[in-house]
Design a protein around this ligand. Structure first.
Ligand SMILES: [Zn+2]
Ligand SMILES: [Zn+2]
Length: 231
């Protein structure tokens, strides 16, 4: 059913402005996929799995991203963050899973093999202050929609205790320093021995996601894969 808002402000394709949906089929087909890389050394890796020599006890186990951080994906992610549009997160989650299934990657096969048992989705949290100001967390919206589609549980297993400076303005070293100690585990969540898919919108240098992975693994999580819309 179309609401009055849809009639007044019809949905337009973020890529080409065609009226109808946030992403038209040809723009979806034109999303440039990223090469799958190891999250540790960022060199090519089969299925995005961390190379055996790059594995660390509290390190990430793999990384899967949908596309390159450029138009139209970039515009979509910016809209997701700064201007809340209803169901854009759902559209992005649907596209992600569609591409994912087509590529038949290692991670999805693994989840299927385990029948989703012990797999949970965890969004990168925002600080309470920022979340209150913005009204929502875009990573949580994505994780929630991915969870519905994959039939997996979403848990807010991490809490951001430090209201960090925006990472965009910092170099790689400062990013790492900035994010240190920014997250703690949510004691309400049972995460021991689970496998986590850590969800965020973009992988830039990975320092935030690596820190989240570190905290989760220190808390007893078996494996942590990162899933982002863009890289
Ligand atoms: Zn389009
Ligand atoms: Zn590597």
């Amino acid at each position: 059913m179309r609401s009055i808002l849809d009639l007044l402000f019809p949905k337009k394709c973020i890529g080409c402005s065609k009226i109808g949906n946030y992403f038209c089929l040809s723009c979806i087909a034109n999303i440039k996929q990223t090469e799958l890389v190891c999250p540790f050394c960022e060199r090519l890796s089969l299925g995005g799995m961390t190379h055996p020599i790059c594995r660390r006890k509290y390190g990430l186990d793999g990384l899967w991203s949908l596309g390159i951080y450029e138009k139209p994906l970039k515009n979509a992610i910016q809209k997701l963050k700064y201007k809340w549009i209803e169901d854009l997160a759902k559209v992005l989650a649907d596209i992600t899973i569609e591409y994912w299934a087509k590529k038949g990657t290692f991670l999805l096969d693994k989840i299927k093999k385990d029948q989703g048992k012990n797999w949970i989705l965890v969004p990168v949290p925002l600080h309470k202050k920022r979340q209150n100001w913005r009204g929502f967390n875009q990573a949580e919206q994505l994780a929630c929609n991915l969870g519905q589609k994959l039939d997996l549980q979403m848990e807010n297993a991490l809490i951001r205790v430090k209201n960090t400076k925006p990472q965009v303005s910092l170099d790689a070293y400062s990013r790492k320093q900035n994010i240190k100690g920014a997250f703690i585990l949510n004691s309400k969540c049972q995460i021991q021995n689970s496998n986590v898919i850590l969800v965020d919108d973009v992988w830039t240098t990975g320092s935030t996601l690596k820190e989240c992975g570190y905290i989760l693994k220190r808390g007893g999580v078996k494996s942590v894969w990162v899933l982002t819309i863009a890289r």
